[in-house]
Design a protein around this ligand. Structure first.
Ligand code: CU
Length: 316
């Protein structure tokens, strides 16, 4: 059901390009044609050459021509657009299903075996179906090389599918302005050979390298990279959108709880609340409602690992 040129990055490239070049070609022809005719008329019927104006009463044949030709062109443009768009709406039954989750300001891809990745890793020549989920505002997932793009709307089920046809890395980014760090909301599509994909899929640990894994808190860091926490929090003291994790653990923090300012000590319980129920206590000077709860995605064990990582950022 998907016949294409195998050298294209995806099965939608050729139909998309056909309609794009067709429409661009017609536009160019009209632009050139109209400009040439206009210049000719300006020259041919100027005041010197045509002293006396001629009154035209209409010309039925001409009118039919300039009505019928544009209609045919418009129908042809519609046809190519439609023919390219229609197959995008029905994914093949055997497609590989991956849930693609967008939140401010990161993507996360969740596989059927529970594996999560900040990049979209897929096998070549296998149809892929992405379930599109947004946890906060409207985002849009765009893979230019594959010629696919779709809005991701909170509370609405949407999907997108394609057949990757060449091994390689491709850009993926959010193309719907979604706030402060929108321009950082990008990822890589890694199309692997079937063998490479199978071993990647079966490996439950690899996101960071072996040397990094020996560092204290490395597992926590991995979880936070996968969850996209770093879009809003830095580890080096820089304020991005939320407070930095550096020198946070064990410090005193002023928070707004039920409208009142209170000073709390940052301990395990506080961090757990901050992650599971971020809006119950807002750090003074930071906006409410930006950080969403991670209750559904992070276990207590994950949170302990995150805390482990935060502790490693204290310079003693
Ligand atoms: Cu976005």
């Amino acid at each position: 059901m998907y016949s294409t040129t195998a050298t294209d990055a995806s099965n939608f490239v050729s139909t998309f390009n056909t309609s794009f070049y067709f429409i661009a070609g017609i536009s160019l022809l009209l632009l050139i044609g109209l400009t040439v005719i206009m210049l000719y008329f300006v020259f041919r019927y100027n005041n010197k050459k045509n002293k006396v104006a001629v009154q035209n009463e209409g010309n039925t044949r001409l009118e039919i021509i300039w009505t019928v030709i544009p209609i045919l062109l418009a129908i042809a443009m519609f046809y190519y657009g439609w023919a390219g768009w229609k197959p995008m709406n029905k994914a093949p039954k055997d497609a590989l299903k991956i849930t693609s989750v967008a939140r401010m300001w990161s993507f996360s891809f969740q596989y059927e075996n529970g594996k999560q990745s900040p990049d979209l890793v897929i096998p070549v020549n296998t149809p892929v179906k992405l379930n599109l989920v947004s946890l906060d505002v409207i985002h849009s997932i765009f893979i230019p090389a594959f010629r696919v793009k779709s809005d991701m709307v909170p509370g609405r089920e949407k999907m997108m599918w394609f057949l990757p046809q060449t091994v390689g890395d491709f850009d993926l980014y959010c193309s719907e302005y979604c706030g402060l760090r929108h321009s950082y909301m990008n990822a890589t599509v890694k199309v692997l050979s079937n063998e490479d994909y199978t071993s990647w899929y079966a490996d439950s640990s690899k996101v960071i390298t072996a040397t990094e894994e020996s560092v204290p808190g490395a597992e926590g860091l991995k979880i936070m990279i996968n969850q996209g926490c770093n879009a809003c929090h830095s580890s080096d003291g820089t304020k991005i959108v939320g407070p930095s994790y550096m020198n946070l653990y064990g410090e005193k923090q002023v928070v707004i709880r039920e409208g009142k300012e209170v000073t709390v000590t940052v301990d395990d319980e506080y961090i757990k609340r901050a992650i599971n129920d971020p809006n119950s206590e807002i750090v003074k000077g930071y906006p409410k409602g930006l950080m969403q709860s991670y209750k559904a995605t992070l276990s207590d064990d994950d949170i302990s690992k995150i805390i482990e990582y935060m502790k490693s950022l204290n310079d003693k």
